[in-house]
Design a protein around this ligand. Structure first.
Ligand code: C2G
Length: 737
């Protein structure tokens, strides 16, 4: 007889399921039975290892699937998993070792938006940095002792502690998650504890509350970690919590009412159930009442909620703070105006406070409350590249074309460092009042990344998204998970890309890929990249000579541009990335400095992390140089890795080397690629600095060796570029075709 039965409801997304099952496979504990409960599965199941039992759910929805699993389980304990999550190798073993016949063994749920390899790497890093684990544990014990001292003497300590850890610990009252814990099967059967199948979204409380109500023995295991993956695709594969449904609200209330029937009305579990309902009202629903365009939050839902709040334990209301008491009192009187007044007071105070501390809120307020009401100015164009870090990329070339040919337009650039833009264009700092103003009133917007999330496109505005590279790395909806951005990334992207009127594409491959990775259906401007026009300029030799002079590059030296991209796993903080230079400058100098200098150019995310002290004679730091297209012109060889840089550089038909020291990790763990780098890119893949230096020394042979592949690549990816992309794109934007 197996000791643990693992119940996994499954309906979609085979990729995640694979990782879920692999994590069980790699588990040090092997005395389990895995029950995969299928619920209306349409895609083919991934190959399953032997021994996994696949059973059909007796109903539909996660509640039915879990119940089916409980019925079929033959283990002493039940462990629920969601098919998109995973466990660590020692999770089950730790839980089992502590179990010892207890009704409930509760572990820890960690949230992540990473796959297992990344998660483990981060965890290890964090543990290394953490100064004092013992001290932390001591503080934790203190908190527990303090909580216990507030309990009445006759309290059921096992139950109280289970409540404490599962519902109350950390950030107030947590969700009723059933994940991460072992439940003794005979305990569930004795009290007939099951998920109520009437509920699609809120069945967890119908299971978890009775567990807490009846638990007689429980133990906690601090380091038995269940990893809940927050990142998935809310558009194509929404998780339950991301599904938008009109029935959600009513279902929540009905689930509360049903769960109440299972509990002692005076008991402590009921207290927390009621507390959660109030908490939902004061913290979540109030935001809807305040902001939602849909009036049902102020009418129908508001009135629906009242009787459920009337039924809460009085102790819950006594425990509320002043502002929330005011809110609940107004609710109980059915006084929506009173509630709205209390909300305004509550949030107004918050807003005022944050405005005083943070200028950000102020220009946003001006944007929403004033600028959006002003007339759109039909001859104004706002440009921005790389979050206003520089004056470059396609917007620069589109702008220059417009400034020269249609001077009647007023061009405004978002630029942060005070750079002087030619043709007398006005500049504004990103995230300033002026910036917010032009976001609201400019008729045309030309961006190479996305605008801020608070931007609201107005009727009559025309948005041109140039994007910033032919995709090699998988993007947005083609990424199984976006490991470097917020879990809301895909959802935000989905919404923002609806604002695009035009998207620029440099080749048929980009057109096809952008359609899928951005789920973009709007107009595609297939004229090549405006930023590449300069690579076809008749006077490009002249321009190159000027730039070489400006950068003081010795006349007798050839140049190597080293332009790597950034790494998704080197996130320091939100939107901040680190970078470690993997090219050994010492070796490069030793081998190549007689003939070459290096132009070192990192991605704008990580540009400030580069230090070339001691190599000034050989390495030129061009991270701050605005426009990489100009640097292409002066480079004899380009070394890159997974950056889209090489698609553009190939227009020059000059040699390209790929220094891919972390190839497997990047390909398999971080991103994945659209094309096969090993057979399709126009140059060799190199893994060490020595190989790179050697390739530079033998560059003529490499040119010969890669000649055919380079031609093929050029025809495939550089076929639209002809030096006139800016013109075509500008005319399309302004409707002058
Ligand atoms: N870039 C640069 N210097 C680098 C790397 C990139 O100036 N060292 C510029 C190039 O113009 C490049 C663009 O930034 O084309 C995008 O950089 P990528 O390295 O390709 O990375 P990312 O910003 O993630 O964009 O479809 C393209 C993808 O979106 C990649």
């Amino acid at each position: 007889k197996p000791k643990i039965s693992i119940v996994i409801p499954y309906s979609q997304y085979p990729n995640y399921l694979k990782e879920c099952l692999t994590s069980l496979n790699e588990s040090t504990y092997q005395d389990e039975e895995v029950l995969l409960v299928t619920d209306h599965v349409t895609e083919e199941l991934p190959a399953l290892r032997e021994g996994i039992k696949v059973i059909d759910s007796h109903g539909s929805g996660v509640a039915a699937a879990r119940n089916t699993g409980i019925e079929a389980a033959s283990g002493e304990y039940i462990y629920f998993m969601d098919a998109d999550d995973y466990v660590l190798n020692n999770t089950l073993e730790k839980l089992w070792q502590a179990a010892d016949g207890q009704d409930l063994v509760y572990g820890i749920v960690n949230n992540t938006w990473n796959n297992k390899a990344n998660f483990l790497e981060k965890k290890a890093k964090k543990e290394e940095e953490q100064e004092d684990i013992e001290e932390k544990e001591e503080r934790r014990q203190e908190r527990i002792a303090q909580y216990q001292s507030t309990l009445p003497e006759d309290a059921n300590l096992e139950q109280e502690m289970a409540i404490y850890f599962l519902l109350r610990n950390r950030k107030g009252i947590r969700n009723f998650t059933v994940l991460g814990n072992l439940y003794k099967k005979s305990f569930l059967d004795r009290y007939n504890i099951r998920f109520c199948e009437d509920f699609r979204y809120y069945s967890n409380m119908t299971f978890m509350c009775p567990v807490l109500e009846h638990v007689e023995s429980a133990v906690q295991v601090q380091d038995a970690i269940y990893v809940k993956r927050k990142h998935n695709d809310p558009i194509n594969y929404p998780a339950l919590r991301q599904e938008d449904s009109d029935d959600r609200f009513e279902e929540r209330l009905k689930a509360v009412a049903y769960t109440r029937t299972l509990l002692n009305p005076e008991g402590h579990v009921r207290y927390f159930l009621d507390m959660k309902l109030i908490h939902y009202f004061t913290n979540v629903m109030t935001k809807r009442i305040r902001r939602s365009e849909d009036d049902k939050w102020r009418n129908e839902y508001f009135n629906m909620l009242i009787p459920y709040v009337e039924d809460t334990q009085p102790a819950v209301l006594d425990a509320l703070g002043r502002q929330n008491t005011r809110l609940v009192r107004a609710l109980l009187k059915g006084d929506i105006n009173g509630v709205q007044k209390a909300i305004r007071w509550k949030f107004g105070k918050k807003k005022l406070k944050s405005m005083l501390h943070n200028r950000n809120t102020a220009y946003k307020l001006a944007y929403y409350h004033s600028y959006l009401k002003k007339d759109i100015q039909p001859k104004v164009i706002l440009f921005e590249t790389f979050m206003a870090k520089n004056y470059s990329d396609s917007p620069k070339y589109i702008f220059e074309y417009i400034a020269k040919n249609y001077p009647e337009y007023t061009c405004v650039w978002a630029i942060n460092d005070g750079y002087k833009v030619p043709y007398g264009a006005k500049t504004v700092r990103r995230f300033s009042f002026q910036y917010a103003y032009y976001l609201a009133v400019a008729k045309y917007l030309v961006f190479n990344v996305r605008p801020p999330l608070w931007y609201r496109k107005r009727e009559g505005q025309v948005f041109l998204e140039t994007w910033h590279g032919t995709p090699l790395k998988r993007l947005v909806f083609d990424q199984a998970e976006v490991t470097s951005a917020s879990p809301k990334y895909k959802q935000q992207f989905y919404k923002q890309r609806q604002d695009w009127d035009f998207l620029v594409s440099a080749n048929p491959f980009s057109t096809k890929t952008f359609r899928s990775c951005f789920m973009y259906e709007g107009r595609m401007l297939e004229y090549g990249y405006p930023r590449n026009d300069i690579l076809y300029a008749p006077n490009k030799e002249e321009i190159a000579a000027r730039i070489r002079k400006q950068l003081k590059i010795p006349a007798d030296k050839k140049t190597i541009l080293y332009a790597p991209t950034w790494r998704d796993d080197e996130v320091i903080a939100k939107g901040q990335y680190g970078f470690e230079l993997a090219l050994n400058l010492e070796t490069m100098r030793r081998e190549l400095s007689d003939d070459y200098v290096i132009l070192l150019r990192t991605h704008h995310y990580v540009a400030e992390h580069i230090d070339i002290t001691g190599y000034e004679d050989f390495v030129y730091n061009v991270c701050d140089y605005d426009d990489i297209s100009e640097l292409y012109l002066i480079s004899d060889i380009c070394i890159t890795d997974y950056s889209s840089v090489f698609f553009d550089y190939a227009n020059l038909k000059r040699p390209i080397l790929f220094y891919v020291y972390d190839f497997d990790k990047y390909k398999n763990q971080l991103r994945g690629f659209y094309i096969d780098m090993e057979t399709e890119v126009p140059g060799p893949l190199l893994y060490t600095t020595e190989e790179v230096a050697d390739a530079v020394k033998h560059i003529d042979e490499i040119n010969e060796q890669y000649h055919d592949r380079y031609e093929e690549f050029y025809n495939r990816f550089c076929c639209y570029d002809d030096g006139h992309a800016s013109e075509h794109v500008a005319k399309a934007l302004l409707g002058k075709e």
